[in-house]
Design a protein around this ligand. Structure first.
Ligand SMILES: *Cc1c(COP(=O)(O)O)cnc(C)c1O
Length: 373
């Protein structure tokens, strides 16, 4: 998809906010604990490379991504810090991972043996770094016991091309006020840890929520994701220990303004009919930009005034009801502050009955990301 640069619709990314969120977390962590910035999915829609650079300025020491390609993107941008791919990489790409010095996650003995086989014939220099994932109750990927892991450790030791670099798990309820299940997962991880003959360089259990509300769990590295973008992982159910600064603003402008008489249909299916003479503004953003049809009935800000989205959201445009005439080119804010009023990504998520993670990731590639300090 091309980036629509010649359109007023833009995501403005405040890299200073990312830097400060990282620095604020950094301050709370023990000195020796490393902070890996999670920049998967194009930095949760904020742009992976720029986010990664801002995180570095804030004190990040490495990165996590979800796909091999995302790690390669960072390397090709010149980033040299450690990078971990959190999802399973198919064994046939192991050499590619090593050639870019990307650490990979392993969750099964079969997977590890495949990797070991592929790497036995590899002429790429160096060792492929492996992080073993323990499934302590997420039910997604990972080994279930220390017995299984001990076998994996032996496989890595026998191989001349593999290095056991990390051990980790992922909590599924760290953003909830009831920590019973979190404790249960922690116990399982501790048991696994105690059943192993040695420890790798990195042990990590913490996502943003664990960092904010559980003292980063146990280990010596934190996988800091959504909070870096200034978004509260609990959706504001729990209060963050430091103010999270939202990094993304979504803006556009009015491209047409007209006064319609009473009884005019707006948008596909004429789901809105003007109840009286009204000023209607058209904004060049639609569901192809990730501003979903379900946003009908929500509002945007025009000079601090909330203006309802009326009629169906189209693929590329939407219409809003204006309290009065505004000139063409007037700025419109979809996410962020406008004349003292603001719309948060959380409010958008609430309207969509989802989480802000999804809102951020849904913003499509057509929307340019403009970086500001
Ligand atoms: C995405 C992800 C994270 C980051 O989670 P946040 O809630 O965004 O902090 C950490 N660990 C793993 C395994 C992940 O997949």
């Amino acid at each position: 998809m091309v980036v629509a640069n010649y359109r007023p619709t833009k995501a403005i990314i405040h890299t200073q906010a990312i830097q400060e969120n990282v620095a604020n977390e950094r301050k709370r962590l023990p000195k020796e604990t490393e902070l890996f910035a999670v920049v998967k999915a194009n930095g949760y829609g904020h742009g992976a490379v720029e986010t990664a650079k801002a995180a570095l300025r804030g004190g990040a020491t490495g990165f996590c991504v979800a796909a091999l390609d995302e790690g390669i993107e960072l390397r090709e941008a010149g980033l040299t810090e450690p990078i971990l791919v959190l999802s399973i990489v198919e064994p046939m790409y192991s050499e590619l991972a090593l050639s870019y010095d990307l650490a990979v996650t392993v969750g099964t003995q079969e997977g590890l043996e495949e990797i070991s086989k592929v790497m036995a014939h590899s002429e790429v220099e160096g060792l492929l770094k492996i992080h073993l994932k323990a499934d302590t109750g997420m039910g997604r990927i990972g080994f279930l016991s220390s017995e299984e892991m001990n076998e994996a450790i032996q496989t890595m030791e026998r191989s001349k091309k593999l290095l056991w670099e990390g051990l980790f798990t992922h909590f599924s309820t760290a953003d909830q006020s009831d920590d019973t299940y979190w404790q249960h997962q922690l116990e399982r991880f501790t048991e696994i840890l105690q059943g192993l003959p040695k420890k790798p360089r990195y042990i990590h259990t913490s996502n943003s929520a664990t960092a904010l509300w559980h003292d980063a769990g146990i280990g010596n590295m934190v996988r800091y994701g959504v909070a870096m973008y200034g978004l509260n992982p609990s959706g504001n159910v729990l209060e963050a220990p430091y103010p999270l600064k939202p990094a993304l603003e979504l803006v556009s402008s009015l491209i047409q303004v007209k006064k319609l008489p009473k009884g005019e249909g707006i948008g596909y299916g004429e789901t809105y009919i003007t109840p009286e003479a009204e000023w209607i503004g058209t904004v060049p953003i639609g569901y192809a930009d990730g501003w979903l049809r379900k946003m009908q009935g929500f509002h945007l800000l025009v000079q601090g005034e909330p203006c309802e989205i009326v009629g169906r959201v189209c693929m590329d445009q939407l219409m809003i009801r204006l309290p009065k005439e505004y000139s063409i080119g007037t700025k419109v804010t979809l996410i962020g502050a406008n004349n003292g009023k603001s719309i948060t990504m959380q409010e958008v998520a609430d309207h969509l009955e989802t989480i802000h993670y999804e809102v951020a990731c849904t913003l499509s590639a057509r929307v340019p990301r403009n970086y500001e300090k």
